[in-house]
Design a protein around this ligand. Structure first.
Ligand SMILES: [Zn+2]
Length: 144
C-alpha cells in the first residue's frame, strides 16, 4: 500500500469531531483524552496523517519526542503521579500519536496496564479545571 502524508478523510485523528486541545503546534498537538478513571491522560498527536514514528525525519522525530518529554515533565509537576506510562499503539487508526498517562494508586486499574478492564471510572479531578491548568503549563512549548 502506498501511503502519503496529508489529511485523511475518515481518520479520527486527522479530522476529530470533538477533542480537548491543551496545546497546538505546527506539527503536533496535545489533547486531554476522555478516559474516565484516568486523570491527566493525554495524547500527543502528529497533525499530518503519518503512520509510523520512522516515517518522520530525524528533526521531526526529535521535535515530537521533545514534546512528549515536556508533556511528561509537565504532568509530573502538575499531578505528582506514582509513574508515567508512554505508549504508541494506534493499530485501529494508524495515525501516529503517543499516549502520555500519569498513573495513580487511585486510577481505574492501578497497577495493571491501562488497557485492561477498568475496575472503576471515577475521576478525582475536575476535567475542565485540569484542562485549564495544563493549558497554562504547556504555553511555553515550542510551536514548530
Ligand atoms: Zn489521520
Amino acid at each position: 500500500m502506498i501511503f502519503t502524508r496529508g489529511i485523511s478523510v475518515g481518520c479520527g485523528y486527522c479530522a476529530p469531531g470533538n477533542e480537548t486541545v491543551l496545546w497546538r503546534g505546527d506539527k503536533c498537538r496535545v489533547i486531554l483524552a476522555d478516559e474516565p478513571g484516568f486523570d491527566g491522560w493525554c495524547r500527543v498527536i502528529w497533525n499530518e496523517h503519518v503512520r509510523e514514528l520512522s516515517d518522520l525525519d530525524e528533526a521531526e522525530r526529535g521535535h515530537l519526542m521533545g514534546i512528549v518529554a515536556k508533556l511528561e515533565r509537565t504532568l509530573i509537576g502538575a499531578l505528582q503521579p506514582v509513574k508515567m506510562n508512554l505508549a504508541a499503539l494506534g493499530t485501529a487508526a494508524p495515525h501516529l500519536h503517543f499516549h502520555v498517562i500519569p498513573r495513580f494508586e487511585t486510577d481505574a486499574n492501578f497497577p495493571d496496564p491501562v488497557w485492561t478492564e477498568r475496575r472503576h471510572r471515577n475521576s478525582r479531578l475536575d476535567r475542565n479545571a485540569l484542562a485549564d491548568r495544563l493549558r497554562d503549563a504547556l504555553q511555553a512549548l515550542p510551536v514548530s
